[in-house]
Design a binder for this molecule. Structure first.
Ligand SMILES: [Zn+2]
Ligand SMILES: [Zn+2]
Length: 200
């Protein structure tokens, strides 16, 4: 606690609200709410919570060596060994996962409002194309292709196109290139461009 609370709580009798406001909303409160577990990323539900309700680690303690570190569901980044990551907002600052995720409000990875308009269940549909939503979004954000457990994906035209783009860039010269591959690459490139327009 900083300055003596008595000074402000006494306040001006004509304006009791001002004094009350000062007492009720002390400055450090924001930092307390921002707490998230450095090992699993779980947010503290209330002020003054000491231990993570999910993994039992004390808030503020670094992750255990054996821990599987948490990732951001928005940009797929995994926190570093210290359970934190570089702030998107302020260079040099290290922030926990909760803070990182809030920073996305001002630093979106792409135009997700638009991408959601193409969603049909767990698929993404655009033009005559269709592919698993999560696979496409991860690719648009990270350039990585994660087929997950879906083995069929390996034979998907869209996945072929993503693999080619990833390996050879936007205008590849591919031996035995096929019109269907070209069309799929163009479809993916179009998505990438439109989605990236929302990145900040
Ligand atoms: Zn935890
Ligand atoms: Zn993120």
């Amino acid at each position: 606690m900083s300055a003596s609370p008595k000074d402000s709580a006494g306040g001006d009798p004509e304006h009791p609200d001002v004094a009350e406001f000062r007492v009720r909303v002390p400055a450090p409160r924001r930092g307390v709410i921002a707490l998230s577990c450095l090992e699993c990323g779980t947010l503290a539900l209330r002020d003054g919570a000491t231990f993570c309700r999910r993994c039992g680690l004390a808030y503020g303690d670094g992750p255990r060596a054996t821990a599987e570190l948490p990732s951001c569901p928005n940009c797929y980044l995994t926190v570093d060994e210290d359970g934190r990551t570089a702030s998107l907002e302020r260079p040099g600052l290290r922030v926990d996962l909760g803070q990182h995720m809030r920073e996305h409000d001002r630093h979106p990875v792409g135009d997700d409002d638009w991408l959601e308009t193409l969603r049909e269940g767990d698929r993404l549909r655009w033009g005559r194309w269709s592919a698993p939503f999560d696979t496409i979004r991860r690719y648009l954000v990270t350039g990585q292709i994660d087929a997950g457990r879906n083995r069929q994906l390996a034979h998907d035209l869209i996945v072929t196109a993503m693999t080619q783009l990833r390996r050879w860039g936007p205008e590849p010269v591919i031996l035995g290139d096929q019109p269907e591959w070209r069309a799929a690459r163009a479809a993916i490139s179009e998505l990438m461009e439109r989605y990236a327009a929302g990145r900040r």
